[in-house]
Design a protein around this ligand. Structure first.
Ligand code: BDR
Ligand code: CA
Length: 306
């Protein structure tokens, strides 16, 4: 089992990604760190704690991270994720697990040292915490085994501006530092995440769900399907977790990634440069049927209760 930290801005799809991570026998989730992104960091931390508690993962600590990007103002995505970020989900829990006093970047650094060469970091949010962790420990790229980032838009348009995807656009300076730091890193961008989706028809069958994971999917899906009237939404963050355990669902291109920061028009644009010896891999194709079926099983959306 590989020790894993997931960094989130919970968020509808972050919530589902946590459920997927908890369901993987290959992964041992040792902590979840939070950052400002879809919602402010306080809300992201409360949402994260709630989702873990709901899924019976009270023993997994949550650490709160950066309240704003390195240089820019925080701009949320509540319009997409609902005012509370969780689609108005009702998830009654009796007792909550811990929120650490230690900050998210510090937790990442301590875990990287403790599990030197073994830790996997899955980043599903703006990369502010990892950029701060790099300042605290410049050797981080060689202490961490691998980083998986849900972020970027390489051969496709962005989802915030034509150039940029939300997580990279939110804190392009942080993403740029992370991209240049020399991590063994996999970028799971919109090129593949837009193709793996939760369909409304599947969600509508969750009315009598009994499995906590499928109840979670039912609850967090309300905003998208009932308020926004969508027919499906992309499982961005869950697919990044799939990439951690089933990399064969994705075709990867080796090389380097450059994040542009110079003007508002290009801020957050991710550029791929091919290099067979590069430590980065960029997802450029996905077996969407395979990944979707895998995710539906991991989220308890098939069979009894789903
Ligand atoms: C990313 O942005 C956020 O809104 C989602 O949670 C995901 O991490 C997709 O662009
Ligand atoms: Ca996210």
């Amino acid at each position: 089992m590989q020790p894993v930290i997931v960094d989130v801005d919970t968020g509808v799809d972050d919530a589902l990604a946590l459920a997927v991570a908890l369901a993987q026998p290959e992964l041992r989730l040792i902590a979840v760190t939070t950052v400002a992104g879809n919602v402010d960091v306080g809300q992201a931390t409360r949402n994260t704690r709630l989702v873990l508690d709901w899924l019976g993962a009270r023993s997994i600590p949550v650490a709160k991270g950066a309240a704003s990007p390195l240089l820019r103002k925080h701009r949320d995505a509540r319009a997409y994720h609902s005012p509370d970020g969780l689609g108005g989900a009702v998830l009654p829990v009796e007792r909550g697990g811990p929120i650490l006093d230690t900050s998210a970047p510090e937790v990442i650094v301590r875990a990287a040292r403790r599990y030197a060469g073994k830790l996997c970091l899955v980043c599903l949010a703006p990369l502010t915490n990892l950029a701060i962790a790099l300042r605290l420990e410049p050797d981080l790229p060689f202490l961490i085994d691998r980083v998986i980032v849900m972020g970027g838009a390489f051969a496709v348009a962005g989802n915030v501006t034509p150039a940029a995807e939300f997580n990279v656009w939110s804190d392009p300076e942080a993403a740029s530092l992370v991209a240049q730091a020399g991590f063994r890193i996999r970028w799971v961008g919109l090129d593949v995440t837009e193709l793996v989706r939760l369909e409304r028809s599947r969600w509508e069958r969750l009315g009598n769900a009994t499995d906590p994971r499928s109840i979670l999917a039912r609850e967090v899906g309300r905003w998208a399907f009932e308020q926004r009237g969508l027919t499906s939404f992309a499982l961005h963050d869950p697919l990044a977790v799939v990439a951690a355990v089933r990399e064969e669902f994705i075709d990867w291109a080796p090389g380097h990634v450059i994040v542009r920061t110079e003007t508002d028009e290009v801020a957050g644009k991710t550029v791929y440069q091919s290099d067979p010896d590069g430590r980065a891999r960029v997802a450029h194709r996905v077996n969407s049927d395979g990944a979707q079926a895998f995710l539906e099983r991991a989220l308890g959306l098939v069979g009894k209760g789903g």
